[in-house]
Design a protein around this ligand. Sequence first.
Ligand code: PSU
Ligand code: MN
Length: 311
Amino acid sequence: MDKLKNQYLDVLPEIQDALDSGKPVVALESTIISHGMPYPRNIETAKEVEAMVRDNGAVPATIAILGGRLKVGLSAEELEYLGRAGLEVTKASRRDIPFIVAREADGATTVAATMIIADMVGIKLFATGGIGGVHRGGEASMDVSADLDELSRTNVSVVCAGIKSILDIGRTLEYLETVGVPVISYQADEVPAFYARSSGYKSDYRIDSAKDAAKALHAKYDLNIHGSILVTNPVPEEYALDPKDIDQTIAEAIKEMDKQGITGKDTTPFLLARIAEQTGGESLDTNIKLVLNNAKLAAEIAVEYSRMNNG
Ligand code: PSU
Ligand code: MN
């Protein structure tokens, strides 16, 4: 790590030790805490997700920007602060990082921003719920998440529950193909659709074990092919929602969003909250279960990846 980056970074000692000794570490994002879930379940979930990473043999590294410092690993107080502040905290993607640092402000990091900071310290695996993508109507609005370009350039592999149908799943997958991001599915042939286990779209490759994913990741980085492998992990059957029902709810939420004139970075948080409200919290329960499921798989891949490094 060079000095220039180091001067902005605060890495918890446990995480730094793990990185120095080649132990598995899994990055976790903070927008999901501040903007993705309501208080206090956001904080309960963040803690459970960290515990899940630990239980599966890796060290969790929740990432955020606090007082202009790039934080790799958060204290219980810092987590509590972010969770309580919620939408008051700036949702920080790639473009926002320099300003939040310069102003010594706080930022909850999206998938893109979390990847950037994870990469600075050499973390290779990252678990979340959902990534940003091409929004419905994106061919006209050009609302395409910065997450997608980040996936093409930054060497951090992301485990998610697929592409949410608040997005245009087909166009999101086309975009990822264009920028060279492999979309693989775990023990499935289709890309899952977040709340639902299937989207109707086939993934590029199916993997059946964490080791398979770690091997592909090694090959990618040994060959100096930059960017992420997007690992999509279907929500466990017992927590999946009926695709027809949830699509109906999503369609209504999008109508309401258009009526209220909500655009840009506010769309995903609005839709997630609205869908949770309309499903009586059922979608939130599913969201939490799928994040936990992804944390487990990311930890397993991180363990295999570091085993290959050290072997
Ligand atoms: N999808 C979710 N929950 C989330 C997000 C997406 O189910 O919290 C967040 C992630 O942080 C993701 C971001 O990186 O939204 C994408 O926002 P945008 O489309 O504005 O780039
Ligand atoms: Mn956007």
